[in-house]
Ligand binder design. Structure first.
Ligand SMILES: [Zn+2]
Length: 1019
């Protein structure tokens, strides 16, 4: 037989486009429309409907970028429309704002309200209709239209003016093309769905397969049977002809898929935070509307913050969600405040994502999530298995690792083992998407791509429009019904992630294990982009630690009111700003303007809480004032004689660091370290005098500014492409070089250098290198006025050390990363993440680097002619990408480093805290002993706070920081009624409590985190 299958496919596509799709809607009647333009920012329904609306007609152009237009729509259902026809000819409102229909969530969107202000359903390019009941003769409703610009377009990554209200043009972006009442021929619509599923299945099957040919012939017969001029009358017959193809059952061994409805909603990205509030309202209204017609449909949505926005602004939608959560159809997943970045949030912040997420779910839905849900974050730290497990979570879902540039992750379902050894059952949907349409192609890919075949037979597919929200559509649900049991397709069941994990876990006897971090081999620039946001994040994380520590102490000791609501609101804001397109620096300009302001406001609030608390403690009351100048020490180490977590007079050092000019070099010497700095401001020698060990390789220089061209092929703010290294300029010319004495006896070298790039204002780099008397480390401060474009600035430290790997801090511990590129996995990690410190060592000697806001670094080995191994560490200081924020990182930046040679990993841990917790001065009348102390230096108290349940109990979170075992006694400044261990949610574990004591003895495994709850502390 002659085949001609391609010809049938092409014939089908034309038929669907020209005959079937236009036949879905009949009897279109234009509706009457009036419009009111909101002045700038969105307003509530009650405010909008009181305004004066003006008549507009079809063809009206409207909507400057980011503006809001309210439409009042009215009309009448014709008397000729008979209620008995409702089922076969469903009344619907059809809307088109002149957007392109390639995808949902990135252009104009609207929310429809009934006259009482209750949201009905949303309108977006792929979901542009509203249901209407025949019996509701008088049509009247409102549409709140958000004229959101399509910022990314076709992802050509050109600089855009649309990323901020103030830079966007006034031009109208949209057109009122359609606002009609129409009737949907449900038989034609169902036929379109039949064809869509079969067409997708057909082309996903091998060309030689019998099933593929059967489908081709069934479609051919269907086409032959239809009357192209009267589709409606022949649609029923066509469906009958396709029925055998659709009812042939799936193979016994076919892959099984649990399809869970989902809408990935980026908490901010190519839109500001305020727009996400409305995106949530629109998406969730869609889902509730869909649930009315489809009982089997299950929807999973993460992010307590999103639910809170709905609770605060759309109470009827929230009530609808609560009702569906109760019936099990709506699943709050993830247990987090937002889907945050997976690498950069600090230890306690990552915990609080879950503490506040699970708390919101518990209080509002009566449940805690069982699965972590981070499909889109850019890599996952090795601390997450322990953090999620201690937060009541038993499984982990991601998808992003399928974006790896170089290596394919070997597993889709596996145990993920964290740095401390905790394992969590993990799944990456093999469909490689969290925005599935349940197309034949996606379903087939899920099966063919699935690595666990033969041992496991099931995977999860999240379906529904996402990134910009939108969620599932009735077409996707139609596809799910049709693929329940369909020959050639995986078997699709709608369900929850929890059901998936239970089934996957029970059938997979011995899943493979992936140990350590999951490094995303892409988006490596996110550790550096939008640096001011990263600095604000680090600063406020540190201030929160201090504020909670001192405020808790002032409350338990002096009875001061704990600023609980204020602290919780601050945490919620910080956690939101750690969202996976905010902290990474990949959102539009508007977002960073807002985030930098929020960070600044939070700093002021936290400084006030800290100041009030330490003042009260140092004076034993809120109102009295002492005169002794003291230091409040929030570090885990003694600082100038002041104990960790104590307040006391600091012991002053009267000595001075000596300095001299020897030829062209400045020599700084404090008896512990001796350093030479050349005329270009580079460190050419750094000697630890106690063992006479030189840190800088002979002939090389550290503290060297290097600048690269930074032109990633795609994803500008996200990506650093490996080829950036091929262009390097060393900034070795200084305009100012000054060697001088500082105010505390330190010797200081100050330099200033400039960068002059064609067509750009001059950039200025000022640097201070200081060596304090009695100090084992050097202090570096850099102030940069940055005006470069598409450049990448690094600060290089070649170190004379034979180090196979470096230890980079992550939450509650560190990750070791190779300094070489033996494997493709090593090669792909050419830019990595650190938190407060980085450490490298060889036998008997190591060197520690601490930073206050630098997350990105790279490290490479080289061998000198004399055979010495040099470990080249480079910190990533600044980028200047042009998409999505064309002015990213322009302007002032400040950054600090500390470098301690002859250091241990313990020194590195301490150094990180020492840089991030500078001494805080307070005038008082008496010293204050620490509220809590820990007897082991290895064990760091990360957080001291009051319990979330308002019981007044004290919560102390501590962890083993050096990768070893530790016994310690945690002691309180007073006796407690009961001391016991809890999980992160502050719920007791089964270890026995201690009663009537002022301390508890603890044993910690490497990197283990413990939470201690102290009840009834009596001063
Ligand atoms: Zn995302």
């Amino acid at each position: 037989m002659h085949q001609g299958t391609k010809a049938v496919e092409e014939r089908l596509d034309r038929f669907v486009r020209d005959r079937l799709n236009p036949a879905i809607y009949v009897d279109r009647i234009p509706l009457t429309v009036q419009a009111w333009q909101a002045p700038r920012e969105p307003v509530p329904f009650s405010h909008a409907i009181g305004q004066v609306f003006e008549d507009v007609s079809l063809g009206w152009r409207f909507g400057r970028a980011w503006s809001t237009i309210w439409l009042k729509v009215s009309g009448v259902v014709p008397d000729s429309w008979n209620a008995s026809e409702q089922k076969s000819l469903a009344a619907e409102i059809l809307i088109d704002f002149g957007y392109n229909t390639s995808r949902s969530g990135f252009q104009a969107e609207a929310l429809a309200y009934d006259l009482s202000g209750k949201p009905i359903k949303a309108i977006s390019p792929k979901n542009s209709w509203l249901p209407w009941d025949y019996s509701n003769k008088q049509i009247e409703f409102y549409l709140e239209v958000a004229a959101n610009p399509d910022v990314a377009g076709e992802y050509s990554f050109e600089p855009t003016v649309f990323g901020d209200w103030d830079t966007a043009p006034e031009t109208a972006l949209y057109e009122l093309k359609t606002l009609h009442l129409g009737r949907r021929n449900t038989e034609v619509w169902e036929l379109v769905q039949d064809i869509w599923t079969l067409r997708g299945l057909m082309t996903s099957l091998p060309e030689q397969s019998t099933r593929r040919h059967e489908l081709t012939r069934a479609i051919e017969d269907m086409l032959d049977a239809m009357n192209p001029s009267d589709v409606a009358s022949t649609a029923g017959k066509a469906r009958q002809l396709l029925k055998p193809a659709l009812s042939s059952p799936a193979n016994a061994s076919s892959h099984r898929i649990i399809a869970t409805g989902h809408a990935h909603i980026d908490s901010a990205w190519l839109w500001p935070i305020r727009e996400t509030v409305r995106k949530c309202a629109r998406t969730f209204s869609n889902v509730l509307s869909l649930m009315e017609d489809h009982e089997e449909f299950v929807f999973s949505a993460s992010s307590a913050q999103h639910y809170k926005w709905i609770k605060d602004n759309y109470p009827s939608v929230f009530a609808g969600i609560q009702k569906r959560v109760e019936t099990g159809q709506w699943k709050p997943v993830g247990g987090m405040w937002v889907e945050c970045d997976g690498n950069m949030p600090g230890s306690e912040a990552m915990v609080r994502q879950f503490v506040y997420g699970q708390k919101f779910f518990r209080e509002n839905f009566g449940l805690e999530s069982k699965e972590a849900w981070l499909p889109d974050s850019f890599g996952y730290s090795g601390s997450l298995p322990q953090i999620v497990t201690q937060s009541g979570i038993t499984s982990f879902l991601s998808q992003k690792m399928s974006w790896n540039q170089v290596n394919k992750m070997p597993h889709h379902t596996f145990w993920w083992e964290g740095i401390d050894g905790t394992r969590v059952f993990t799944h990456f949907p093999p469909a490689d998407t969290y925005i599935s349409e349940l197309s034949g192609e996606e379903l087939a890919h899920a099966e063919s791509n699935f690595s666990e075949k033969g041992r496991s037979s099931i995977s999860l597919v999240p379906f529904g429009w996402g990134d910009g929200g939108g969620g599932p559509t009735r077409e996707m649900i139609a596809a799910a019904y049709r693929t329940r049991n369909l020959e050639g397709s995986p078997k699709v069941t709608m369900g929850s992630a929890d059901e998936f994990f239970q089934q996957a876990f029970s059938e997979y006897k011995n899943p493979p294990v992936w140990r350590g971090e999951m490094y995303l081999e892409l988006h490596r620039g996110v550790l550096t982009s939008q640096r001011r946001t990263k600095l604000g994040n680090r600063r406020n994380e540190s201030l929160l630690r201090e504020a909670e520590l001192w405020a808790s102490y002032a409350t338990v000791k002096l009875g001061l009111e704990y600023p609980r609501a204020q602290l919780e609101a601050i945490w919620e804001s910080i956690l939101l700003m750690q969202f996976h397109d905010i902290l990474p620096g990949t959102a539009i300009a508007w977002v960073y303007k807002e985030v930098e302001n929020r960070h600044a406001e939070i700093t002021v609030e936290l400084e006030e809480i800290i100041s009030d608390s330490i003042h009260a403690l140092a004076n034993q009351s809120k109102s009295s004032n002492g005169t002794i100048a003291m230091h409040a020490n929030a570090r885990p180490t003694i600082n100038q004689g002041v104990l960790a977590f104590g307040i006391a007079e600091a012991t002053e050092t009267k000595s001075e660091t000596s300095f001299s000019q020897q030829g062209e070099a400045a020599i700084l010497d404090n008896g512990i370290l001796r350093m030479s700095i050349d005329k270009a401001g580079r460190i050419t020698s750094l000697v630890s005098l106690k063992n006479n060990r030189e840190a800088i390789p002979s002939g090389l220089a550290a503290n060297e500014f290097q600048i690269h061209d930074d032109n990633p092929t795609r994803w500008d703010a996200w990506d650093i492409d490996e080829h950036y290294r091929n262009s390097k300029e060393v900034l070795d010319q200084v305009e100012v070089f000054e060697l001088k004495r500082g105010t505390s006896g330190e010797a200081v070298v100050e330099t200033e250098r400039h960068i002059t790039s064609p067509g750009r204002p001059k950039s200025t780099i000022r640097q201070t290198i200081a060596l304090y008397p009695g100090s084992s480390e050097i202090d570096i401060r850099i102030d940069i006025d940055w005006h470069e474009s598409e450049k990448f600035l690094k600060l290089a430290f070649p170190i004379d050390i034979h180090a196979e790997e470096v230890a980079a801090e992550t939450q509650f511990g560190f990750v070791r990363r190779p300094t070489h590129v033996n494997t493709s996995w090593d090669f792909a990690r050419f830019e990595s993440c650190q938190h407060k410190y980085l450490y490298m060592e060889e036998q008997n000697w190591g060197i520690a680097f601490a930073n206050d806001s630098t997350y990105g670094f790279d490290v490479q080995r080289s061998t000198e002619s004399n055979g010495a191994t040099v470990t080249n560490l480079r910190f990533s200081l600044l980028r200047a990408t042009r998409f999505p924020d064309p002015e990213a990182d322009q302007g002032e930046h400040t950054m600090k480093f500390k470098i301690r040679p002859s250091a241990t990993i313990q020194d590195a841990v301490n150094l990180g805290y020492e840089l991030n917790f500078p001494a805080r001065e307070v005038k008082g009348s008496n010293p204050v002993e620490p509220l809590v102390t820990c007897s082991s230096a290895q064990v760091i108290i990360e957080s001291v706070k009051l319990a979330e349940d308002e019981s007044g109990d004290l919560i102390v979170r501590l962890y083993e920081a050096t990768g070893g075992r530790a016994d310690c006694r945690l002691s309180m400044a007073a006796k407690a009624e009961k001391i016991y261990l809890t999980n992160f949610l502050e719920q007791p574990t089964d270890s026995p409590p201690v009663a009537g004591d002022s301390g508890i003895d603890l044993q910690l495994r490497p990197f283990q985190v413990l939470t201690v709850r102290v009840a009834g502390l009596k001063f």
